[in-house]
Write a protein that binds this ligand. Structure first.
Ligand SMILES: NC(=O)c1ccc[n+]([C@@H]2O[C@H](COP(=O)([O-])OP(=O)(O)OC[C@H]3O[C@@H](n4cnc5c(N)ncnc54)[C@H](OP(=O)(O)O)[C@@H]3O)[C@@H](O)[C@H]2O)c1
Length: 356
């Protein structure tokens, strides 16, 4: 059977994901890449045409087919048909649309090996972040994966590396507190720019915001019931990268040198002497895959400090779409080839940087 990966949505995540899958199709063991776009627009024609040039095939609803054709884009499949014939569907829609798609389409497509949705779709399936909880994936059983949000990737990677990496007990973490300073919108987006910092409510009575709540659920898949995670979020008037400030309290005495040694052993974490999001973002533009590095966090290590042997403080930057791209690709390849997915993913190794 052909391995077909179908991406739903061509936004900030769907567009680069479709391009990446096309680019590394052979190495990843994919035979065909298809993508769904609902709306025919002149402004989006260039991106659709380029994805078609790169080998992807377009799907849309039957009501939109003639609209695409009038604009010179030829759909190959109807929305439902593209889902049914796929091996794996990666939903890249926001605001509950992925959950609605699960209800309307995915739950009926019994021939598809699995479905993946992104950060906003809480409840879609087993929470997943590449490198954090791969060991919990059960072939033939886990058909719905929920790739956690970009900041959740970041704070989970920080917890995993600084408080519970191999050699340290998983229960070394006493508590963790995060402030997610989010960029206002993506450079690809016109809407939602914030003219000044905006602070967010603590909507979750236990965890503060969804970031710590989702990290809690992610670690739960590993059998850890961290109740003492807390996060706050604010939006900054920047379009570059999210910045995270963390405070971890650990059980066993630690030191900056010890933490840096742990970080250096984990290729999903990068260190940097740079102190601004625009410098880190700019590095990605020049050295990443179409501008993206795939590290889950970039730590300006000069900001790292340990107080009284147990309290770790620092800042880090979130390469937001790189996180989601990596886990989406890893999840999709795992669903198609659980035995060999680790080997196949090595083709992306070049986009992990020990130093930014
Ligand atoms: N932006 C980031 O940096 C980032 C980082 C990590 C995770 N995420 C997560 O990734 C997901 C997508 O976010 P995004 O920023 O990529 O969104 P986006 O830029 O707004 O793009 C959303 C896309 O989804 C399509 N869409 C919307 N509703 C749909 C529906 N009901 N059925 C089919 N297609 C639909 C739109 O397609 P049409 O053009 O066809 O209308 C659009 O292309 C969210 O869960 C978000 O939390 C985003």
């Amino acid at each position: 059977m052909a391995n077909i990966v179908h991406v739903v949505g061509t936004g900030t995540i769907g567009e680069p994901l479709t391009g990446l899958l096309c680019h590394f199709k052979d190495e990843l063991g994919i035979d065909e890449v298809t993508f769904n776009k609902r709306t025919p627009l002149y402004t989006d024609r260039s991106k659709v045409q380029d994805l078609l040039r790169r080998g992807a095939k377009l799907a849309t609803g039957s009501d939109a087919t003639s609209g695409f054709e009038k604009l010179g884009m030829k759909p190959a499949y109807e929305t439902g048909e593209a889902i049914e014939r796929a091996s794996v569907v990666i939903d890249c829609t926001p605001s509950g649309a992925g959950l609605a798609n699960k209800e309307e389409f995915y739950s009926k497509a019994s021939g598809v090996k699995g479905f993946i949705a992104q950060g906003s779709e809480f409840g879609f399936g087993k929470m997943y972040a590449r490198g954090i909880n791969d060991s919990t994936l059960v072939a033939g059983e886990d058909r719905y994966l929920h790739v956690v949000s970009c900041n959740t990737h970041n704070l989970a990677a920080i917890i995993q590396t600084m408080a519970c990496e191999e050699g340290r007990a998983m229960d070394n973490l006493v508590s963790a507190d995060f402030v997610c300073m989010r960029r206002a919108n993506d450079v690809s987006q016109d809407d939602g720019y914030a003219p000044s910092p905006q602070v967010g409510r603590h909507k979750d009575g236990v965890f503060g915001t969804h970031h710590a709540r989702d990290a809690h659920h992610l670690f739960q898949t590993l059998g850890k019931d961290y109740q003492n995670l807390f996060s706050s979020a604010c939006k900054l008037n920047s379009q570059y990268m999210h910045t995270l400030r963390f405070h971890l309290r650990v059980e066993k005495p630690t030191s900056v040198e010890g933490i840096l040694a742990q970080v250096r052993e984990n290729d999903r974490l990068a260190l940097t002497f740079k102190k601004s999001a625009n410098q880190v973002f700019s590095f990605g533009r020049d050295h990443g895959f179409f501008g993206r590095i795939l590290n889950q966090t970039v730590i300006p290590h000069e900001t790292l400090t340990v107080v009284g042997d147990h309290d770790i403080y620092g800042f880090c930057f979130t390469p937001q779409d790189g996180n989601s791209l990596l886990s989406s690709v890893a999840g999709a390849i795992w669903l198609m080839d659980p035995e060999n997915y680790e080997d196949r993913l090595q083709v992306l190794g070049r986009y992990f940087f020990p130093e930014v």
